[in-house]
Design a protein around this ligand. Structure first.
Ligand code: ZN
Length: 175
């Protein structure tokens, strides 16, 4: 499985309690994390500290299930982890290609469908201008390629495609 980053609202499912211990939720999985994100989570600063909980990721390393990668990597056939930065220094998205279709899981790069306008970036982002540039690149490619986008934090519109309209993008949701 891929952790786009190690904030608790994304990595909280990595582990579970078993009696007094915390163990990986998926005992046979490997957990793919960017090495830089791992290091930032282990050594957070005053701004990021509240977003990282060691119980979400240290037990994964202790169980020898952590798979640290440096940069873009194919983590399974047709599944790529691609660094995008912005939200955290080493935040990555997931690209799934299957049967001629492409699904993007940008997580906190595009948390909800309401974040399609380029300047709509989250106050949580460490590098908002990097988020804006990564969005510009992703949305252009997604519109041109007809890719589906999964909006991790959007309960109403979990998946859609984008289409160029004027300077921006509109969403098309599958019927
Ligand atoms: Zn986050």
């Amino acid at each position: 499985m891929v952790n786009t980053h190690l904030h608790f609202d994304h990595a909280g499912g990595n582990t579970r309690r078993e009696g007094s211990r915390v163990v990986p939720t998926f005992p046979r999985a490997r957990y793919v994390v960017q090495r830089g994100e791992w290091e930032d989570a282990r050594h957070p600063h005053e701004r990021s500290r509240a977003s990282y909980r060691e119980d979400d990721f240290v037990p994964v390393a202790e169980a020898a299930q952590l798979d640290l990668i440096d940069g873009e990597a194919e983590v399974a056939p047709g599944v790529r982890a691609v660094p995008v930065g912005g939200h955290t220094t080493h935040h990555q998205m997931v690209v799934v290609e299957s049967g001629g279709e492409t699904l993007i899981v940008p997580t906190d790069l595009l948390p909800t469908a309401s974040h399609l306008p380029l300047p709509f970036v989250m106050a949580y982002d460490l590098f908002p201008v990097a988020t804006l540039e990564a969005k510009r690149q992703l949305l252009g490619a997604a519109a041109d390629g007809g890719w589906r986008i999964l909006f991790y934090h959007d309960a109403r519109t979990p998946v859609g495609r984008v289409r160029r309209e004027g300077d921006g993008y509109t969403l098309e949701v599958d019927p």
